[in-house]
Ligand binder design. Structure first.
Ligand code: HEC
Length: 168
């Protein structure tokens, strides 16, 4: 029995070592302040900015703050995927690059995600405990997303806010 355990641990070690050979994704760190940053058009109140930065920007901006273990595989690939998927959904650093209809929709999605405790990802909050949103923080984000939606609605014709139907 002891022997099996020894082989098992050894195999695990070999796998971990081999994993280190996988190339790591490029770091998500670019020009700090893009002209397409959400705050260029929709000013971020201090509390909103603080919440987004501490709970969302690691996966939804162009600048991730990497923990040391992000250099260890397979964690590096795993985090890389989260960042890639997160940015594809909503990237606050380039929010203004999206068509208005998408911006409008994403702010509704944000409200939904926050209300349903879907964001930040639970696996992330497990380690980044400070990122978990309090009831007050959730309310701040939800109210802010409504304000952004109002502001978009006030400035663009209604038909520009409708997401184009996906082609069959
Ligand atoms: C650890 C990475 C991570 C963090 C931190 C994170 N997200 Fe996400 N987010 C993702 C990923 C991955 C997706 C896409 C897959 C999914 O929906 O689960 C996503 C999707 C989204 C979407 C789109 C969902 C949809 O249905 O269209 C919104 C909006 C969103 N996140 C908002 C936030 C907000 C707001 C925060 C901070 C409170 C946040 N996220 C924190 C990784 C993250």
């Amino acid at each position: 029995m002891k022997k099996i355990l020894k082989y098992f641990l050894l195999a695990l070690l070999v796998i971990l070592v081999l994993f280190q050979l996988f190339p790591k994704p490029a770091k998500n760190n670019s020009t700090p302040f893009s002209s397409l940053d959400i705050s260029r058009k929709y000013p971020l109140p201090t509390d909103v900015a603080r919440i987004l930065k501490s709970s969302c920007y690691d996966c939804h901006s162009n600048n991730t703050v990497y923990p040391w273990y992000s250099n260890v595989q397979p964690v590096a690939m795993w985090l890389g995927n989260h960042i890639e998927d997160g940015k594809r959904e909503i990237n606050f650093s380039e929010f203004l690059a999206a068509p208005v209809a998408r911006q409008y929709k994403k702010m509704a999605d944000l409200k939904e995600q926050v209300e349903e405790n879907e964001m930040p990802l639970w696996s992330y909050s497990l380690i980044h405990t400070y990122a978990k949103l309090s009831a007050v923080q959730k309310e701040v984000l939800i109210n802010w997303s409504a304000q952004v939606r109002d502001s978009i609605k006030a400035n663009y014709p209604p038909d520009s806010l409708v997401m184009p139907k996906r082609r069959p």
